[in-house]
Design a protein around this ligand. Sequence first.
Ligand code: PMP
Length: 405
Amino acid sequence: MFDIQSIRNDFPILSQKVHNHDLIYFDNGATTQKPQVVIDAIVDAYTKTNSNIHRGIHTLSQLSTTMYEQARQMVQVFINAPHDYEIIFTKGVTESLNLVAQTFSEAFLNEGDEIIVSAMEHHSNLVPWQMVCERKKAKLKCIPFNHDGVLDIEAYKNLFTEKTKFVSVVHVSNTLGTVNPIKEIIDIAHSHNVPIMIDGAQSVQHIPIDVQELDCDFFAFSGHKIYAPTGTGVLWGKEEWLEKLPPYQGGGDMIKTVTLEKTIYNDLPFKFEAGTTNYVGAHALGVALHYLMNIGMPYIQKYESELIQYANQKLAEIPQVTIIGNAPEKAGAISFEVDGAHCADIGMILDKQGIAIRTGTHCTEPIMQYYGVPGTARMSLAMYNTKEEIDYFVKTLAKVAMMFE
Ligand code: PMP
């Protein structure tokens, strides 16, 4: 069962003080902290088993390879992928999204074709598509959202033409916290026979993911936002699509045979894993996912959804605070503004009280343009946060807000 104190004890960084205050870490959308089991997994791997994978017949290399491939199976179970070879390890969701944008467009995008993304994408699911559209003279279309931060599904339906080749949409907005109706969005794309990728960077740590139930074609996330090390990430793709896409990068491991004239590419998943991967990080990602499965994602989702509703309600009670994004279903993040204050000042003052939040554009400048703000303050929650922390944060913020009146 969900035991918050025992979970907090698993994260050594949480017990430290910042500016002589207990650390309240509300910057989980940027990156999450790591439990001791993940830290130990990294230390143990470098202490006991380190050796490059897939290339050695000696004991350590085989151990390292087994740990890496077991991590792949852990990801498979965690997102309920049909096959482990559909899991590609990357250095993060940005690389996963770029991989698909680049390889899909190389193979399938032609002049005049159209790609659909949403207007609330993180730059990493917008800029790669702008780049390939510019190169291929294709058109990028954006699903608009309303003032509550909710995608306009009717407008989305109307964006499809016979030229639409691909849809790529964020599951949970890192800025607005909006949980998009992703199943409906996927089904609409498929009703037009268009493949769809989901940016799960802000959903996979909050919401149980079943890629078979979702039936998306690609699902991408970063390890560091789900209690695993930086420099790790996942791209899951349906086998039929991964087989159709050309390799992303050339190098070791992604080949079967090479002559000076020609290369035969390796099978999945290695075709997309050129060079030495972050195999220690991938192993630690597997450990993080195992840790989460032991707690149970449905319990985490239930606890966190109560937490975010509580935070949303308490923040809304501060008269000088305006919440940006009021979708009926939110996960992870709450963005807000304080009357008369620049968000950076709010962030700096809260830091002096031990509270870590993020301020700025959150790599979603089009969202800032829509609301006409230079940036927002953003608190973002993880499973180890508590109502007591929210109370202290809200009390402190209310005092700060009065200073700016
Ligand atoms: N997509 C979303 C929704 C995100 O929140 C982020 C990180 N803020 C990214 C993509 C990019 O993640 P990374 O920097 O780990 O590649």
